[in-house]
Design a protein around this ligand. Structure first.
Ligand SMILES: [Zn+2]
Length: 158
């Protein structure tokens, strides 16, 4: 079984490969799948800043593409005073791909904090909400105006 500190070391090594020429804020991540495989990620920035991807998502997507079906632990590490916390986007992706995982937030200097994904994202948006949506067929059905003509419904009809 992989120790948490071994996973922290893997995240730290991944952090060295971060591509962060704009912010200089290097982040590493490593995760452990249900069968003990370890996958890593680092943040990858882009001159078009909105395309930047966090270390956690790089690790998660790498694991999924490799065939991982469960993830039990994710470590994220940065050189900050307080343990670095996954951003909102990463929390949402964690909820989808690793809802039962523990998340260790770590600093290069040795601080650690552990929370579960559910603690990081209470009242998350999940596939359960999608199940309550009207059928796709109904959603795609053309709307009719009050006169019966295709088009936008009157303001009082939604
Ligand atoms: Zn993030």
């Amino acid at each position: 079984m992989t120790s948490v500190e071994a996973v922290v070391r893997a995240a730290l090594a991944a952090r060295d490969r971060a591509y962060a020429p704009y912010s200089g804020f290097r982040v590493g991540a490593a995760l452990v799948t249900g069968n003990g495989a370890v996958f890593t990620g680092a943040n990858v920035e882009n001159a078009s800043f909105g395309l930047t991807v966090c270390a956690e998502r790089v690790a998660l997507w790498t694991a999924i593409v490799a065939g991982a079906t469960s993830i039990r632990l994710l470590v994220v590490i940065a050189d900050t005073h307080d343990p670095v916390s996954p951003c909102g986007a990463c929390r949402q992706v964690l909820m989808e791909l690793a809802p039962d995982a523990d998340v260790v937030m770590a600093t290069v200097s040795g601080r650690r904090e552990l929370l579960t994904v559910r603690e990081l994202l209470p009242r998350a948006f999940t596939t359960g909400a999608l199940a309550e949506a009207p059928s796709r067929e109904a959603a795609l059905r053309p709307r009719r105006s009050p006169s019966g003509e295709p088009g936008l419904p009157a303001p009082d009809q939604t």
